[in-house]
Design a binder for this molecule. Sequence first.
Ligand code: KG4
Ligand code: ZN
Length: 343
Amino acid sequence: MLVLGFESSCDETGVALVEWAGGALPRLLAHALHSQVRMHADYGGVVPELASRDHIRRVLPLTEAVLAQAGRTLGAVDVVAYTRGPGLAGALLVGAGVACALAAALERPVLGVHHLEGHLLSPFMGADPPAFPFVVLLVSGGHTQLMRVDGVGRYAMLGETIDDAAGEAFDKSAKLLGLGYPGGPALARLAEQGDAKAFTLPRPLLHSGDLDFSFAGLKTAVLTQAKKLGEQLPARAADLAAATQAAIVEVLVRKSLAALEQSGLRRLVVAGGVGANRALRAQLDAACARRGVRVHYPELELCTDNGAMIAMAAAMRIQAGVQQAERRYAFDVRPRWPLDASP
Ligand code: KG4
Ligand code: ZN
């Protein structure tokens, strides 16, 4: 079975081909990505209308590139998959529209995928794929969640952020430090040159006893520090970046360990853009090694948004018998869509 997948929920256009036969794990044949980061950088964040327009320009050339890379023709595609939500409505509609139009022309079935399920299953394309059950720490730009995963489509929420996501905390703090958009990777780079102990920042909800997160207060604390530093801010930015990263990472690590303990599971999967953070990976690796817990990550290039994870999630849902693709081309998108309510 050959699945062609489209991702267009935010500021990356992603297209990919995944194939499987029998019960073997689906395999990524090729994927291509266009990031709109440079286009949005001048505005300090994603401009939804520009995002939609750019997806439209990129999606078919990327599809041609993926087919050429895999040495397959469009006619060989068995199923077309797309991100149905959550995300920007106009951006989602581009991927959904193109996927359904192609599928209708090819007379093939389509399947709409939950973006976070794509992230969650992306480590199955890695060199060290996990096995069910596991705890997943989902840390993207808009979501911070801990879930128990018992199989494809079997997701139980353990805890989530009550305000900002960890990615947002990275991005907003980076903005306060003058690092532009998207701030996460820039803040992480700057943090490598700083001393995390130079500032004491709050670790919100660290001792709350539950598995929820809160990062809005941290952003305020960074703002307060930045204001206090005034003209000294540029000279101390690396230290403040390091302290910010340390606070975010400590909360994520401690809550992940608590989720493992509460669920009695010994396997952790980390997915989503913040999963690319080196400090987070190093501290999770060390903490989990001490406890005999296995940790799995997606390949670095598949941590942030991409089409491969969407094609993969569709393939795994079909293969597991959780959902079948259908020849129904009257598509809709779901800009807001909780994962544990996924069909
Ligand atoms: O999963 P993703 O690509 O998009 C969403 O679905 O939201 O995640 C993007 C988020 C952004 O907040 C970005 O700043 C953050 O992931 N991010 C990082 C790193 N790489 C991406 N945060 C910290 N360290 C990184 N290396
Ligand atoms: Zn994402």
